[in-house]
Design a protein around this ligand. Structure first.
Ligand code: ATP
Ligand code: MG
Length: 391
């Protein structure tokens, strides 16, 4: 069998990707083309504007009626970052007797030698390179000749219709409220609208993105991105400010990785009310600590955003809608491992944020572990009574 691999960020997938894949499939008599949405690649992180799961779902929607195309979620399922060379090796391991072709557009080809472990990758597959609007054919030939000589890289250049569409242009259009009809499949267009993807961002988003990324492990950072996306989606559904929700989701774990000693120091420094649950685990206060630190440093001064960060762990008796959104998004973000209560919380969320919070209560892992903070009961009480409860 002969297989094509189309790697990409696919944020979102568009007709340029699909036409390229179909052309190459036909010319090379490929049995199948695998679309492999990337995890969150280091060179793109921050500019992708949709979570890994969302990008994967859009590809799924775009290819599902075509039996020759298939989505593989191997890159997005791997925790941390993913590299093409690992993907290709995994595929070859699964299909040891088959031939693989890696399909790319000219823009991606010109930067290939900067990819992680490129030399190894070059030994594993034959590349098929297609032209792309904005890259001259002679420039491409020169670059690929150079790569072929230096790394023994095997590439075939194909001529395909040049489709001047890019994901970045689609994102720009959505943010500007312009139409993307016919540039992406209809199902993808609908999905983008339903998930509130590619909308405008909070002015602090880019800066906080970098700062947050530098404060935590890559796994936690990817979780933060998922919470940001989920919070934006919920804000869109429940009529809340999507920019604030996304920002609060992004920074909610800003202080999650501080040491216990530091947490004790900050609890005192920011005048956080002491509760016995902090004796064993001062880090439980990371939401309140983050709000204190972000305010003190002047990084974030939006009270509503800070409040959502402050109460995301154990809630409070006076949760704003924004705070509830971040609290729930932390539970329902799609890449969390399956956990007890997931189904109940998601089902309740179709009804309301309050219902989701109440549905979570019996499953709340922190409570089960005995990390009981009194705010949690106050949040519960305020939702049930419909009145604020003093914290
Ligand atoms: P962005 O604008 O965010 O960079 P993109 O449109 O380039 O997005 P990617 O997901 O980065 O999309 O691309 C995946 C692969 O598809 C790359 O190899 C890229 O060169 C190729 N590709 C994307 N759009 C086209 C197009 N219009 N014509 C040919 N190849 C394309
Ligand atoms: Mg690109």
């Amino acid at each position: 069998m002969k297989y094509g691999i189309m790697g990409g960020t696919f944020s979102p997938i568009h007709i340029g990707h699909l036409i390229l894949a179909e052309e190459v499939r036909q010319r090379y008599s490929l049995d199948k083309v695998f679309f492999v949405p990337s995890g969150t690649p280091p060179h793109k992180i921050g500019r992708v504007y949709a979570s890994a799961a969302e990008r994967c779902e859009m590809v799924e929607l775009a290819v599902r009626e075509n039996a020759n195309f298939e989505v593989l979620d191997i890159e997005i399922c791997r925790s941390g970052y993913s590299y093409t060379v690992d993907t290709v090796r995994a595929l070859k391991h699964r299909h040891p007797d088959d031939e693989f072709f890696f399909v790319t557009g000219a823009d991606a080809l010109t930067g290939l030698d900067t990819w992680h472990n490129f030399e190894e990758l070059a030994k594993e597959v034959v590349f098929i390179g297609a032209g792309r609007h904005g890259v001259t054919h002679s420039g491409l030939v020169q670059k690929t000749d150079f790569l072929a000589q230096k790394y023994g890289f095997k590439i075939e250049l194909v001529e395909t219709p040049l489709i001047a569409v890019s994901s970045s242009e689609i994102r720009r259009r959505v943010a500007a409220g312009e139409s993307i009809r016919y540039l992406v499949p209809r199902e993808v267009e609908d999905y983008i609208a339903a998930k509130a993807l590619y909308l405008s961002r909070h002015p602090l988003y880019e800066k906080m993105f970098e700062l947050t990324k530098n404060r935590m492990s890559s796994v936690r950072f990817l979780h933060s991105l998922e919470v940001a996306a989920e919070a934006r989606r919920l804000a869109h559904i429940f009529g809340e400010d999507h920019e604030k929700a996304e920002l609060a989701g992004l920074i909610h774990d800003y202080c999650k990785e501080i040491s216990d000693d530091d947490a004790r120091k900050y609890i005192e420094k920011y005048g956080i009310e002491w509760h016995s649950c902090f004796a064993e685990k001062p880090g439980l206060a990371h939401g309140e600590i983050a709000a204190g630190m972000l305010l003190e440093s002047g990084l974030v001064d939006d009270a509503a955003v800070l409040d959502a960060v402050r109460w995301h762990t154990y809630g409070s008796g006076q949760m704003s809608q924004l705070a509830k959104i971040v609290y729930v998004a932390d539970i329902t973000e799609p890449t969390r491992r399956p956990f007890a209560g997931q189904h109940e919380v998601r089902a309740a969320l179709r009804y309301s944020l309050d219902a989701a919070i109440l549905a979570w209560q019996p499953f709340n892992e922190a409570l089960i572990r005995g990390e009981f903070h009194p705010n949690n009961a106050k949040m519960f009480e305020s939702i049930v009574s419909g009145k604020n409860v003093q914290t």
